[in-house]
Ligand binder design. Structure first.
Ligand SMILES: Nc1nc2c(ncn2[C@@H]2O[C@H](COP(=O)(O)OP(=O)(O)OP(=O)(O)O)[C@@H](O)[C@H]2O)c(=O)[nH]1
Length: 194
């Protein structure tokens, strides 16, 4: 168990491809965002949902055991890096475990595996699944914050570019299901059902 870690739930996207807010779509009666939170609660009780002003009220109505913060105004709508930066800038921690809201099979096992690789060397622990990196389900050290700020200031929103400037440990994970990602309704139908 790592002492100084907080959970970031990235929930500031606009779900344009899906059509309705993905955070509030359900699997087995549970909202997607809640599934993401549940995957983090074994790691930490410090959890923050980073969202946008349109969705903020929906999260507030949930009365959950998590903080809700909107993306920094100047970075609003600038993608996942904006969400990660906002959380890091708002709440101090040594490590941050990040998850999106559109991975309804995510569980704490993935994070437990990643945590085993914290060694003080790497500043980002990133899973690789079927040859593809998964930087939105990952663990970051606070020191990447300034790199992210620089990129956002330069309007470079690429997560891969940010990783190229950091010390990263890539961890191969065999199990694919926790990484199933819902972008459009057809993904939902494929993985969860009609
Ligand atoms: N805080 C924050 N989270 C974001 C932002 N953009 C995307 N995300 C989150 O990052 C994850 C992956 O985002 P996408 O797959 O691009 O989701 P999206 O932007 O909601 O969907 P599309 O509009 O269809 O691209 C989801 O959990 C989003 O909520 C952002 O600007 N700020």
């Amino acid at each position: 168990m790592v002492n100084d870690i907080m959970g970031i739930v990235l929930a500031g996207g606009y779900s344009r491809r899906f059509g309705t807010p993905k955070a509030f779509v359900k699997r087995n009666g549970k909202y997607f965002y809640q599934i993401s939170i549940d995957a983090l609660t074994r790691l930490t009780n410090k959890i923050v949902v980073i969202t946008n002003p349109d969705l903020e009220k929906l999260f507030q109505m949930e009365n959950g055991n998590f903080a809700i913060i909107n993306d920094r105004k100047q970075y609003e709508g600038k993608g996942p890096l904006a969400g990660i930066f906002t959380a890091m800038d708002a709440v101090d921690s040594e490590w941050y475990a990040v998850t999106p809201v559109d991975v309804p099979f995510i569980d704490d096992q993935v994070f437990q595996k990643l945590l085993k690789h914290l060694d003080g060397e790497a500043h980002a622990i990133i899973p690789v699944v079927s040859g593809k990196i998964q930087p939105l389900i990952a663990i970051y050290h606070y020191s990447v914050k300034e790199e992210i700020r620089d990129q956002l200031e330069g309007d470079n929103l690429s997560v891969k570019d940010m990783l190229n400037k950091c010390k990263v440990k890539y961890i191969s994970i065999q199990e694919e299901q926790p990484f199933y990602n819902i972008n459009q309704v057809s993904d939902y139908e494929k993985w969860i059902g009609k």
